[in-house]
Ligand binder design. Structure first.
Ligand SMILES: [Zn+2]
Length: 403
């Protein structure tokens, strides 16, 4: 907890926590993490994208490694636990195994990912994409708001854009990837459980929709002659909420709405809005997206409006590995804690890592479900519970390998 406080001081935004990819603030935080890794006896290196990675020795050094980690970057005006807590818990667990008489039968690599939030270049998961070998080289030409390319930022950060391919994990190099993370939602608090086993990371569709009609004078155009797109958008906001409220597990959000021309005495001519749709089952999500599209077309037709519908982003759901999930649940029970299973509505590095290695996740209860906000908060006893669970999980995995 003290280390989370200490890391919070590394920011590019005095007075609040902001650490985006490639910045001196992130580099300084990375140096501190690197030193803590060395203090825990790990062999530390920075890879081509700028992730810091610490590996512990094992009785079979060439055996596939257990990867533990989370991200060190943050959103703007962030809390202090989203990301760093998962790295520090992994480090704590590795430290616990260091002094055991019998070394682990597999190496553990603790990874602090350099970019998960994608704040600076709008590129989420850069750090884990490099490990998964799925970092799109076209991203290197992206520029931040000051015109700096990702390529140059990577170099300034001590990375090597030319060596990205070599950073990818070779097939069979890793046993599993496990991430501990704050829940970022209120479920665990509502069931009074310190930790929860993640079953899946929800798929996500981000839709950009629009209605277009005819702008006009608010004082002269009779109501029955109007082609006003804003009431149509209002219908869709309510329809979206209604659909999600009546579909188990579905989360749907209209997060932006843009009215043109946007004056109090002008009938709008066009309304653009976004719909974010998430569900752990891809078939349900896809069905609901189709249903919403149909509704948009129907609403447009009934009001003589034009309609646009574009899917800007479409991420499939990721299932956590069944064997890892079972072992995690057993570790939770062995720690004397209630076993709660839940899907994650937020994306994580585990989404990308699942392309190359089985993944598992453990969530920690956070106050009010608040995250991406300075009020983000966890209790010391819940963090201790998560460390206990991770210790038990690693111990069980080690015993299985030794049998
Ligand atoms: Zn996070």
């Amino acid at each position: 907890m003290a280390r989370c406080d200490e890391l919070a001081a590394y920011t590019e935004d005095p007075g609040r926590i902001t650490r985006s990819y490639g910045t001196p603030a992130l580099a300084a935080a990375r140096d501190v993490i690197g030193q803590w890794m060395r203090d825990a006896g790990l062999e530390v290196r920075t890879d081509a994208v700028g992730n810091v990675r610490g590996k512990c020795h094992a009785s079979a050094p060439a055996a596939p490694a257990l990867l533990l980690g989370s991200h060190l970057d943050s959103v703007r005006d962030a809390g202090r636990y989203d990301g760093p807590l998962g790295i520090l818990i992994a480090l704590e667990t590795v430290d616990h195994f260091r002094h055991r008489a019998r070394p682990l039968p597999f190496p553990i690599e603790v990874i602090a990912f350099a970019d998960e939030e994608g704040l600076r270049f709008q590129t989420t998961y850069l750090g884990s994409c490099a490990l998964a070998g799925s970092l799109d080289s076209a991203f290197l030409d992206r520029v931040d708001e000051n015109g700096v390319t990702l390529r140059d930022a990577m170099k300034a950060f001590g990375g090597d854009p030319g060596a990205l391919a070599a950073t990818a994990l070779p097939a069979g190099a890793a046993l599993a990837y496990l991430e501990v993370h704050i829940e970022q939602g209120p479920y665990l608090e509502s069931v009074d459980a310190p930790v929860g086993v993640v079953t899946a990371i929800s798929g996500q569709s981000r839709i950009l929709a629009a209605f277009s009609g005819e702008a006009g004078h608010a004082g002269t155009v009779a109501m029955h002659l109007r082609r006003d797109p804003l009431p149509a958008a209002a219908e869709m906001v309510l329809a979206t909420e209604n659909l999600a409220r009546h579909t188990s597990g579905l989360l749907a959000t209209v997060g932006t709405i843009d009215v043109t021309p946007g004056a109090s005495n002008v009938i709008p001519g066009q309304v653009r809005f976004s719909i974010d749709v998430r569900h752990p089952e891809d078939t349900v999500r896809n069905d609901m997206v189709s249903l919403l599209e149909r509704q948009v077309r129907e609403v447009a037709a009934s009001r003589s409006l034009g309609a646009e519908w574009r899917i800007a982003r479409d991420h499939a759901a990721v299932r956590c590995d069944a064997a890892l999930t079972t072992r995690l649940a057993e570790a939770v029970a062995a720690a004397g804690l209630p076993v709660e299973r839940l899907p994650s509505g937020a994306g994580h590095d585990a989404v990308v890592m699942s392309e190359v290695v089985p993944v598992g996740m453990l969530f920690i209860r956070c106050a009010g479900g608040i995250s991406h906000h300075p009020a983000e908060s966890v209790t010391t006893s819940d963090v201790a519970a998560a460390i206990d669970v991770l210790d038990r999980f690693v111990d069980t995995l080690a015993n299985e390998k030794l049998q």
